[in-house]
Design a protein around this ligand. Structure first.
Ligand SMILES: Cc1cc2nc3c(=O)[nH]c(=O)nc-3n(C[C@H](O)[C@H](O)[C@H](O)COP(=O)(O)OP(=O)(O)OC[C@H]3O[C@@H](n4cnc5c(N)ncnc54)[C@H](O)[C@@H]3O)c2cc1C
Length: 465
């Protein structure tokens, strides 16, 4: 080992679980969009909460910046460490410890991959509702750290709504633990909610108790097309009622997004529905009536068609067809490839404002770059829009012009610059466009109270203390 910190880390986690300098792999240094790169001095991979605590005590004593890295699937550079800092990976803490199908809870370590947790729940007849495209790499700690949303928020909420208990290690190494599975707990401040979504700036999450649900036995999926955004939202509201609360996903795609991705995937699967509709939505319902759910779904869509709200509908008739429909929304790499490099946005606003927001954002960007390619899609039921902007080149000036234009319109609508992917590094300078000065001052006081030396993921969310 090269230095005394490396030796101290090795004494805690074992020499095989420490890397230094140039031996640290890209996963721990570069974000998924390859926009941010760092050169941490050390990587440590602890295997227990006790080891995380000892690592944090060491870092605290030497004022070493620490960044926890999960699956590195976040999109805002939040898991990129400091130059000369410590990269902390919990990938050795990946166990599902227990599943209780009576209380409907799961005890899990923070390094467990989301998909693994979901599959283990399913094997026991239970359901972990949170689902997102990066399910195969995102880890429970990262999903909690970023309070991820995903495809089923409309019914089951964001990660915050699924965390019943939490264990975490504070900046000075103190372990705080409330690994209970209680749904109701108003005994004082609910500190876990401060940590959820704090992007590794307040504590290192080590374990959690997650709320599970009974495993739905039916799943109906359809692609529907509408003449306008307003029709889409009316259709969504009617489906919520007609399906008696079973509506689980309503993923909206503007026509250009649908055209691009279905075109790029033609070698793998046919386009499910012709082009020519302004708005498409991927709709899914999950339930428990194997006799009746399919008919209920069909009747609900038929009613929308008869009212003229839905112009066309394709219902998946098999698991294969369902996967093909979801691929349109999940398998975005081939479609996006020719647009690289691009800028991606994750903003939110009142649902009713979404179409006007999209129009104004398009106009604002086209004033600067008339030849821009701009694609909108999103989780319509949550008021969450994703936008992708490309002029097929990118530098600081282009990025800033895009950011100013998009976040300027967000500010006008009183929306959020970071709906579900977090602030990290890339949105940090725009936090004040969504949050008031007093809100940011409060956030800073919380940071100061929990991490007075400012060693936990410095420079993320706001500039370092
Ligand atoms: C294809 C694709 C689709 C996606 N779809 C969605 C989506 O629909 N909805 C959505 O919300 N996001 C989505 N994301 C973004 C991303 O997957 C999520 O934000 C995810 O929750 C990040 O998990 P991770 O383990 O990769 O975390 P990382 O990217 O490694 O880290 C994210 C943040 O959490 C912190 N962190 C990591 N582990 C811990 C820990 N143990 N304790 C404390 N803090 C920690 C990190 O320091 C960082 O600040 C998508 C990403 C991709 C690539």
């Amino acid at each position: 080992m090269a230095d005394h910190i490396a030796e101290a880390l090795a004494a805690i986690v074992g020499e095989a679980n420490v890397r230094c300098g140039a031996d640290i792999g890209e996963h721990y240094r570069i974000d998924i969009g390859r926009k941010f790169e760092a050169h941490p001095a050390w990587l440590a991979r602890p295997a227990t909460t006790g080891e995380v605590s000892a690592v944090m005590k060491l870092a605290h004593a030497h004022a070493i910046p620490v960044t926890v890295i999960g699956g590195q699937s976040g999109t805002c550079g939040a898991a990129v460490p400091e130059d000369g800092g410590l990269a902390l990976s919990l990938d050795r803490m990946s166990r599902v410890e227990a599943i209780d199908t009576l209380s409907m809870t799961m005890k899990v370590e923070a390094g467990c991959v989301l998909q693994v947790a979901a599959e283990q729940a399913e094997a026991q007849g239970a359901f972990l509702p949170l689902d997102l495209g990066a399910r195969g790499s995102a880890m429970i700690g990262g999903v909690i750290g970023s309070n991820a949303g995903g495809n089923r928020v409309i019914r089951w909420g964001m990660m915050r709504d699924m965390v019943l208990g939490l264990e975490a290690v504070l900046a000075d190494g103190t372990v705080v633990s409330s690994m209970t599975g209680m749904i109701k707990d108003n005994a004082g401040y609910n500190w876990k909610h401060l940590l959820i979504g704090s992007e590794g700036t307040l504590a290192v999450v080590t374990r959690a108790v997650l709320r599970l649900r009974p495993l739905p036995s039916t799943r109906q999926t359809a692609l529907i097309a509408m003449a306008s955004f307003e029709d889409a939202i009316r259709a969504m509201r009617q489906l919520e009622t007609a399906l008696s609360g079973q509506l689980s996903s309503f993923e909206l795609m503007w026509e250009d997004f649908y055209a691009l991705h279905t075109e790029a995937q033609l070698a793998q699967r046919p386009r499910p529905m012709p082009l020519g509709h302004p708005i498409y939505a991927l709709v899914e319902a999950m339930g428990g009536d194997e006799e009746g759910d399919a008919a209920l779904f069909q009747r609900a869509l038929m009613a929308l068609t008869q009212q003229g709200l839905v112009a066309d509908a394709v219902i998946a008739q098999s698991a294969r067809q369902r996967d093909d429909l979801w691929a349109m929304r999940d398998d975005l790499t081939p479609g996006y490839a020719p647009l690289r490099p691009f800028a991606a946005y994750d903003v939110s606003m009142a649902i009713a404002d979404m179409p006007t927001f999209a129009e104004q954002a398009r106009a604002a960007v086209m004033t600067i770059y008339p030849d821009v390619t701009m694609l909108f899609y999103g989780h319509a039921g949550d008021g969450n829009l994703h936008a992708l902007l490309s002029i097929r080149r990118m530098d600081k000036q282009v990025q800033q012009a895009f950011d100013d234009a998009i976040y300027g319109v967000v500010r006008r609508f009183g929306g959020s610059i970071a709906a579900e992917h977090g602030v990290g590094t890339s949105r940090r300078d725009y936090l004040g466009w969504s949050r008031s000065e007093s809100e940011i001052a409060l956030m800073r006081s919380i940071k100061q109270a929990l991490d007075p030396k400012g060693i936990l993921n410095p420079g993320k969310i706001f500039a370092a203390l």
